[in-house]
Ligand binder design. Structure first.
Ligand SMILES: *Cc1c(COP(=O)(O)O)cnc(C)c1O
Length: 376
């Protein structure tokens, strides 16, 4: 089953019984960790967090308007989805792919630390309703891509409940903190979600690809996606058909992503989350207080430290990170990504998910930034 051709066969129990069962027990375990009673619910391993998020949106739409499956978008009123301005771009991609449209994804304001502002969410929901949109989906982010911020899940879930909107938690990056006794509180309220994206291929260091979408309601995924292809999913087989999980997916053949995760779990490899997340702010001029292993900072070269004029300083600072990054690539020593965000000029965004990273590695990085940038 692990042959190069055959491992893409995770559609029915009969062709991959072991993997189907491993997926079953692992998804159940993940749901228990989320906090759903007895691990009940549903889920699937998908080709990444972006696709998991799209699945969530697909389910939310189907839950509210099941006729969309047969009749398409013309049978559905204008929909509105909500997510913070710091959320992952895959929410918009999903809306585009599903025919909902990126203009129907309404960006909710985030505070200074990158967390969604619940009051703004409520305001935007009311505004959308007034304009004739039907709010159907809210995606809160647990571990934003840039700052590593955790949206206030409890407050967001209250609003979702009040307006009867599907509550999704995009924990692609931060979901793995559910495994950490010390940091789990950052996801308080995740058990109220209708669906959760969780990528073991990020923080938990499982090799790409390994991403799960966990869904609270059982059976919804099956109803939403099943097509009953009669060459695969015959209804008169001699075993329990609920093990033929393939029809829940949008794919036909599906890659076996579960085995790596299950092995790791079985081997009880510690998550090393302490090592992961305790790398605090060693450095420089932070542009947001670290909430995860994301550390965002500017490097101010000596020649710029005394510039008083803010505009002039920002203009020059904006060019620093791109030059240092280019020099890093030319020297071939390391790479750190950079970006602007809102009114903040280009800063380094360092995200550590390698459990083998040491303080010496970080020291090296900082020294390298200084070495390559001190003359700017
Ligand atoms: C990385 C990330 C994604 C996308 O996950 P992929 O597995 O790369 O598709 C979605 N949401 C957040 C918050 C992420 O950090």
């Amino acid at each position: 089953m692990l042959g190069t051709d055959n491992d893409a066969l995770l559609f029915t129990y009969e062709v991959a019984p072991v993997f189907v069962l491993l997926e079953y027990v692992t998804l159940k375990k993940m749901r228990e960790i989320i906090g759903w009673q007895d691990g009940s619910g549903d889920g699937i391993f998908s080709p990444g967090g972006a696709i998991s998020n799209m699945y969530a949106m697909l389910l939310a739409r189907f839950k509210m308007f099941p006729e969309v499956k047969e009749k398409g978008m013309s049978s559905v009123p204008r929909l509105a989805a909500f997510t913070s301005e710091h959320s992952h771009f895959s929410i918009k991609k999903g809306a585009a792919a599903l025919g909902i449209g990126t203009e129907s994804v309404i960006c909710v304001k985030a505070d200074q630390t990158g967390k969604m502002i619940p009051a703004d969410l409520e305001r935007k929901i009311l505004e959308a309703k007034q304009k004739g949109f039907v709010p159907f989906f809210v995606s809160a982010t647990a571990g934003t891509t840039v700052y590593g911020a955790f949206d206030p899940l409890i407050a967001v879930s209250d609003i979702c409940k009040k307006y009867n909107v599907w509550f999704h938690v995009d924990g692609a990056w931060g979901g793995s903190l559910l495994m950490s006794r010390r940091h789990r509180w950052k996801l308080d309220g995740v058990d109220r979600a209708n669906s959760v994206t969780w990528n073991p291929h990020k923080m938990m260091s499982v090799p790409l690809q390994c991403s799960a979408l966990l869904v609270r309601e059982e059976g919804l995924m099956q109803n939403c996606n099943q097509m009953h292809a009669c060459y695969l999913f015959q209804q008169d087989k001699h075993y329990d058909l609920s093990y033929d999980t393939g029809d829940k997916a949008l794919q036909c053949g599906r890659h076996v992503d579960i085995f790596k995760l299950w092995l790791m779990w079985r081997a009880k490899v510690p998550l090393k989350s302490n090592q992961h997340v305790d790398i605090d702010c060693v450095c420089l001029c932070l542009c947001s207080q670290p909430q995860h292993t994301n550390v965002c900072f500017w490097y101010l070269p000596p020649g710029m430290r005394h510039i008083v004029d803010k505009e002039e300083k920002n203009k020059r600072l904006h060019k620093v990170a791109p030059v240092i990054k280019a020099r890093m690539m030319e020297y071939g020593t390391t790479m750190v990504s950079y970006q602007p965000q809102g009114d903040k000029v280009n800063f380094f965004r360092m995200v550590i998910s390698n459990p083998a990273a040491t303080f010496e590695d970080i020291d090296f990085l900082i020294e390298e930034i200084e070495r390559l940038g001190h003359d700017l």
